[in-house]
Design a protein around this ligand. Structure first.
Ligand SMILES: *Cc1c(COP(=O)(O)O)cnc(C)c1O
Length: 229
């Protein structure tokens, strides 16, 4: 969005947050949706505590990170300083990081294979913690991208529920960078609807308004809030 790239957003200014908030409010209004039906996840990957603090004090309390190790290094301190933070893992998860992920995050958006389901089910039981789980759908069927192929989604969702006893909150997608996002959002919404899933994690800085039109309940916005990485 041109407005964000030309705005004087720096890593120490929360100015991007107000603009994003305004756009979300407008998109909700245009779509006839309540503003409270969309959760803004401020994606703080690569930004340090100094850059994140002003965004928290500006009123944002839901954040997203894509790496477990990076989040572990900066968020425990911030969570102590600012009670009420909700942290989402939006990047790929390895089974050997499931323990740390369950301990730190309130939501995990990248469930996409049986080994992860098994590791998460085990850790959730051991730790008595229940992060919200989203299944990532590889809507563009890109070989380098994580996620379940659309044709395998129904069976995978059923296995998560029946075989691993997991409660699934919703679906997540990341459209291919070189394609219009709308068909990918529509496909994700369709798979969610036929599987009785209410939450849709879709939309980033460049396309969160479109995602809201297609029913996104969680938008993951980084650079429009924090500036360029
Ligand atoms: C980095 C990232 C985002 C945010 O991207 P922006 O374009 O900076 O808004 C959203 N989702 C995922 C999975 C990411 O890795």
């Amino acid at each position: 969005m041109a407005a964000e790239t030309t705005a004087p957003v720096t890593s120490s200014s929360p100015n991007g947050l107000a603009a994003v908030e305004q756009e979300i409010a407008r998109a909700c209004k245009d779509a006839g949706r309540d503003r409270t039906s969309v959760t803004l996840i401020a994606v703080s990957k690569t930004f340090d505590a100094e850059a994140i603090s002003p965004v928290i004090t500006a009123g944002q309390h839901v954040f997203g990170e894509n790496r477990v190790q990076e989040a572990k290094a900066k968020w425990p301190g911030l969570m102590m300083a600012y009670p009420g933070i909700v942290l989402h893992l939006i990047g790929p998860l390895q089974s050997n990081k499931a323990k740390e992920a369950v301990a730190l995050f309130h939501a995990i958006h990248s469930v996409d294979r049986p080994s992860i389901c098994e590791a998460l089910a085990k850790e959730m039981k051991l730790q008595g913690r229940q992060p919200e789980l989203f299944i990532q759908i590889n809507t563009g069927e890109e070989p380098q991208k994580a996620g379940v192929a659309p044709a395998e989604a129904d069976a995978f969702i059923a296995a998560c529920r029946e075989k691993y006893g997991l409660t699934i909150a919703g679906l997540m997608c990341i459209p291919p960078v070189d394609e219009a996002p709308a068909p990918h959002f529509a496909l994700t919404a369709k798979i969610a609807a036929r599987n009785g899933l209410k939450n849709l994690s879709m939309g980033m800085s460049a396309d969160f308004v479109t995602a809201i039109q297609f029913g996104a309940t969680h938008v993951r916005v980084g650079s429009a809030i924090f500036g360029h990485r």
